[in-house]
Design a protein. Sequence first.
Length: 283
Amino acid sequence: METQQELDYKRIAEAIGFFRENFKAQPKLEEVAEHVHLSPFHFQRMFQQWAGVTPKQFLQYLSVEHAKEILKTTGASLFDTAFETGLSGTGRLYDLFVKIEGMTPGEYKNGGASLQINYSFADTPFGTAIVASTDKGICHMAFADEGEEVALAQLKAMFPNARYHQRVDMTQQNALFVFSQDWSRLDEIKLHLKGTDFQIKVWETLLKVPPGGLTTYADLARKAGHAGASRATGTAVGSNPVAFLIPCHRVIKASGEIGEYHWGSIRKNAIIGWEASRRNRTA
């Protein structure tokens, strides 16, 4: 049974897809509302409750012009400042409370036989997600677009010999507070990840891109200390095992185009616009 939050997100995703396909015609509110089978009044109200802005304002955050401006400001200003001081002009940075600990070879050899993994499913503003944790931190988060059974099977394929328990723990609950945007409730989020040294360095660098900010593959590679390795950096971004917490959605093309995303380009547009609306409301 789908929750109301999931139903609302599916309608919003449909609306974003409709806008993307028909942006040249500049569809009116009434046309988009009809496409998602709602009255204009109810669609506008639902969208504003979800995004905090009107559909028209939200679309502005997804334009190439807006993306280029954000790349200019967060790439040349906040992103650099994060590396130099660990602070930004907009408050606490992501990397101040999200910490990555790489798994040791012993923890993932033999299919993760030494690991006990708790997992649960949670509603997020972008659909149902599976979140899994070890005693050291979050080891996996993914959107369960194909259903909970498939999402669990994909998790188990990563660590086939681990011991699994469907259980909500404090590690998971704390990590999920990130979707509320109320970071005053956050304790330190710890991630316990399997990855090469190169991948973990790229993921740690991604954490320094502030919410509402964007970067490019080339700039991310440079910041990670591997200038010129944009392709390898892109591969590391695509292999990110924790959706949203490591913000691979904030990496776009240098042209300002949003580009592809492991969990779908429409979801990437939704997340970027959602974060941008909150960034502008608190600026």
